[in-house]
Design a protein around this ligand. Structure first.
Ligand code: CTP
Ligand code: MG
Length: 235
């Protein structure tokens, strides 16, 4: 089945601080979104990229994509995003024609994901998994707390899940198209990743190895790291 990639890029980037929408911030001179699109289009299997742009930005995003040519085999479409990531993904998914049997969902905020990670996700979906997530073991121990109502106040610790059983998950997450469509139609509560919606349908979600360079650019220090990774790649 042909593979489409939906790239939600409509977030503001509040945690990154003031400036342009996060996906349009430059990394070594090139907008983060362009790095992300090229990272997905680097896979020979990806033949359509759907970029979900900031609500007022589709025209700007279209001309950026025209200026940074994709491989010949890859088409692209730009659609305006929504209020939440979940809504933006649903809007992108609605722009994927039905012949694309495999859909990847990839954060524009993970611009440096290696093509081997993308291909590993695609392969696992093609092998029959309805949902696939790249995952890494955690470095930090994780505590569950009772969240404080005022910022900065001490928070009681409730539990410490066994670290060895926890994984940090990344994107691209890969799906059988019909499964992802049904998940978006069925699940109404807020989620922070797409695979959790498939879990809620009672369907299996599996992991493949993630990659350090697929980290999400969230806070200012992440920009420093991303530019250092690009410099190491000489880009
Ligand atoms: N996203 C989106 N539409 C939204 C919110 C987020 O398409 N309404 C996208 C972001 O552009 C990003 C991805 O979802 O590529 C992951 O979200 P996150 O890292 O949280 O980005 P932002 O929401 O932009 O950042 P912040 O939460 O700090 O504002
Ligand atoms: Mg966000």
């Amino acid at each position: 089945a042909p593979v489409a990639a939906v790239i939600p890029a409509a977030g503001r980037g509040v945690r990154l601080g003031p400036g342009a929408p996060k996906a349009l911030r430059a990394l070594n001179g090139t907008p983060m979104l362009i790095h992300a699109v090229h990272s997905l289009a680097a896979s020979r299997h990806v033949s359509l990229v759907v970029v979900v742009a900031p609500a007022d930005g589709p025209t700007e995003v279209k001309s950026l994509l025209d200026a940074h040519a994709l491989p010949e085999r890859t088409d692209f479409v730009v659609v305006p995003g929504g209020e939440s990531r979940q809504e933006s993904v649903a809007l992108g998914l609605a722009a994927v024609p039905p012949e694309y049997g495999v859909v990847l969902v990839h954060d524009a905020a993970r611009p440096l994901v290696p093509v081997d990670t993308v291909d590993a996700v695609i392969e696992a979906v093609r092998d029959g998994a309805p949902a696939v997530v790249p995952a890494l073991p955690l470095a930090d121990t994780v505590k569950e707390v009772e969240p404080a109502t005022e910022p900065g106040a001490p928070e009681p610790v409730v539990a410490t899940p066994e670290r060895a059983r926890l994984r940090a998950v990344q994107t691209p997450q890969g799906f059988d198209r019909a499964t992802l469509v049904r998940a978006h139609e069925t699940v109404t509560e807020d989620v922070t990743d797409d695979a959790s919606m498939v879990e809620q349908l009672g369907l299996p979600v599996v992991t493949v190895p993630g990659h350090e360079e697929a980290f999400k650019v969230t806070r200012p220090l992440d920009l420093v790291l991303a530019e250092a990774v690009l410099a190491r790649r000489r880009l």
